[in-house]
Design a protein around this ligand. Structure first.
Ligand code: SF4
Length: 230
């Protein structure tokens, strides 16, 4: 029997509690703490430069793993380019060469410079404005708003679709905005909770609910309608 919205909402809240108990706080977003350092998970941004670093990281991790994106973040940091003014003024070919490990480097260099210009114009954190920037889709915009500006926008990614469709709470093909609305209406509008929940979903999808899931010992096994298929 299809589940009612209120039951799904309760499940979403219960799953957050279970994931947090299993994995603990994740400390997103990873940031470089000194020039040339690799990004580390020690809490979110505290200043404009770090907000720009979050935004740059959100672009660099498009269509690739975070470890590839992190190599590109570190390369930009070494050259002092995790700064909006420096990024906006740098030759695009130089940026593209530095971020090569993240893939799609020519496209991403253009996107980084569009973001840098947005920061230089004042970076008013408005979702519609971000979505009008070159190459910024809903997942990237919500990552920037949540992790860069501490605003309550829930980030939906492929891990969210995979985990919650295996749990039987999503079909997996729903439009982005419908899934975002489902999570946002099920949780209190607290950026700290949205921040932690998305990070926990990523952790769970990497450690357990991977392409080949490890269901034995999974903290969500009791809730999962698909655990016996794997
Ligand atoms: S029981 Fe298996 S399929 Fe279900 S959430 Fe856990 S790892 Fe994923």
């Amino acid at each position: 029997m299809p589940r009612r919205g209120s039951e799904i909402g309760q499940s979403i809240r219960d799953i957050y509690r279970d994931l947090f108990s299993a994995y603990g706080p994740r400390g997103w977003w990873p940031l470089t703490r000194r020039r040339g350092a690799r990004p580390e998970y020690r809490g979110g941004p505290r200043n404009r430069r770090q907000r720009f670093e979050v935004a740059a990281g959100a672009v660099l991790t498009q269509n690739t793993t975070w470890s590839n994106a992190a190599r590109a973040v570190t390369a930009l940091s070494c050259e002092g380019l995790l700064d909006p003014a420096a990024m906006a003024a740098a030759p695009r070919e130089r940026i593209a060469a530095l971020i090569r490990p993240s893939g799609y480097y020519n496209q991403k260099a253009r996107r980084l410079q569009a973001l840098a210009a947005w920061f230089e114009e004042g970076a008013v954190p408005d979702r519609g404005g971000l979505l009008r920037l070159h190459g910024i889709g809903p997942e990237t915009a919500d990552s920037i708003l949540l992790y860069g500006f501490n605003m309550p926008f829930f980030v939906v990614d492929a891990y969210t679709r995979r985990v919650f469709s295996r749990l039987g709470l999503l079909g997996g093909e729903e439009p982005y905005e419908r899934i975002r609305a489902l999570f946002e209406s099920s949780l209190e509008a607290d950026p700290a909770v949205f921040n932690e929940y998305h990070a926990l979903i990523v952790e769970h999808a990497k450690r357990r609910c991977a392409r080949r899931p490890i269901c034995e010992g999974c903290p969500l096994r009791e809730r999962c309608i698909n655990s016996n298929y794997y």
